[in-house]
Design a binder for this molecule. Structure first.
Ligand code: V47
Length: 380
């Protein structure tokens, strides 16, 4: 399948050789992969790399998401989830009791969660103590449940509200039970484009710095890229290379998640040539190029909520090795028209992986393998 003469005919000989030898690609090579007319040739290289790392294994997690508020001071143009003021229609803040009740519900349906994913808007009035108290109450009620919470953007917001450093915020949250951070808020690092789509959000340097501070404290984090909006291939490559450089410095990124921009209810309107069925192909290509450029990040997630349950498993053949999880409830993507259910059962996730030709592996928030045998839990 990986035929040297064919890659030579595409002008990709050196990339082909580097991938086979496990050597790092240059930014221009990432760009060539984005421009290559043969998507399957790009995918085959990414599949080779993915299988060398993970074999036929494909990861999933039994998790629950909690979006604690949609009130946000950042006003990002693309975001359909946000409400600018607490008194706007549709604005919400979940209380600690609401959140704990949602966790009890998951347990009552006999799901043993291996990750709690907490993320929300940057609310102008919720103090850091509110979040510390939340983590402590969750930990008291569910001592073995790993808490993955707060993006670098939220951490920077808490630091501004409290007038303390981002490192001090991280230390306090770690004390309260934080073990892992999700990768949201990275959007696109290019400063000019960031100024157009999320001008008030923590800037790129801050996002990367806070991630590095978390890594230095032993908090693993994920990283993302929002793509399929106004960005160019050059800006995607720049974004991926900045993540790779940060990882060279601090080493704590566990998983990269390319997030395809969903357009419904968004104030960000795309030109005609950016919408249409080719978006699916572009998602597969972006997964593949990410796998090939991010040689120092172990996992690539095809997030089924945003990619949809039909395309996400196909991405396992294009370099992805993880599909995320049971989720149960999700608002950010669904407010923007995500083509997916609110949640999947363990059985559905395992079947999705098996039917794609891979072996399901249940993991926890930090990607520790929990089980490699197909579960009977939640089977009908
Ligand atoms: O930061 C917002 C993105 C992110 C839209 O770390 C949108 O394991 C597409 O980061 N279309 C939040 N994307 C989600 C996220 C995430 C999800 C799952 C797992 C992990 C992880 C992280 O969603 C935001 C933003 O980049 N987003 N609006 C939209 N209309």
């Amino acid at each position: 399948m990986l035929d040297a003469a064919y890659y030579a005919s595409l002008g990709l000989s050196s990339i082909y050789e580097k991938v086979l030898d496990g050597r790092r690609l240059e930014p221009e090579e990432g760009l060539a992969l984005f421009r290559c007319p043969d998507l399957t040739a790009v995918g085959a290289l990414a599949l080779h790399d993915r299988c060398r790392r993970h074999g036929q294994r494909a990861f999933y997690v039994v998790n629950r998401q909690i979006n604690y508020t949609n009130v946000c001071v950042n006003g990002c143009v693309f975001c359909a989830f946000r409400r600018d003021r607490a008194d706007e229609p549709g604005a919400f803040v979940l209380s600690h009791e609401d959140i704990l009740a949602r966790l009890r519900e998951a347990e009552a349906s006999s799901l043993r969660l291996d990750e709690l994913h907490i993320v929300g808007g940057c609310h102008p009035d919720l103090p850091l103590a509110w979040f510390e108290d939340l983590l402590r109450r969750v930990r008291a009620a569910h001592p073995d449940l790993p808490i993955k919470a707060f993006t670098p953007v939220e951490i920077e917001h808490f630091s501004r509200l409290e007038g303390i450093s981002t490192r001090a915020v991280l230390e306090r949250l770690q004390q309260a039970g934080l073990v892992m951070m999700p990768g949201g808020g990275a959007e696109i690092f290019d400063e000019d484009l960031r100024a157009r789509i999320c001008p008030h959000k923590a800037d790129s340097t801050t996002w990367l710095r806070v991630s590095g501070e978390a890594h230095a404290l032993g908090i693993q984090t994920n990283c993302t890229m929002l793509f399929g909006h106004l960005e160019s291939y050059e800006q995607r490559v720049d974004h991926l290379c900045r993540l790779r450089e940060q990882q060279d410095r601090t080493g704590g990124f566990t998983c990269f998640i390319p997030l395809p921009f969903l357009t419904e209810n968004s104030r960000l309107k795309l030109p005609e040539d950016k919408v249409g069925p080719q978006r699916g192909l572009d998602q597969l290509r972006t997964v593949a190029v990410s796998r090939l450029l991010l040689d120092n990040i172990p996992h690539i997630k095809a997030y089924w909520i945003m990619m949809g349950p039909k395309l996400a498993p196909v991405a396992l053949w294009y370099g992805a090795d993880d599909l995320d999880g049971t989720i149960i409830e999700e608002r950010i993507g669904h407010m923007a028209g995500a083509p997916s259910a609110q949640g999947l059962t363990i059985h559905e996730l395992e079947q999705m992986i098996l039917r794609s030709g891979f072996t399901p592996v249940r993991r926890n928030a930090t990607f520790t393998t929990l089980s490699e045998t197909v579960s009977t839990e939640a089977r009908p």
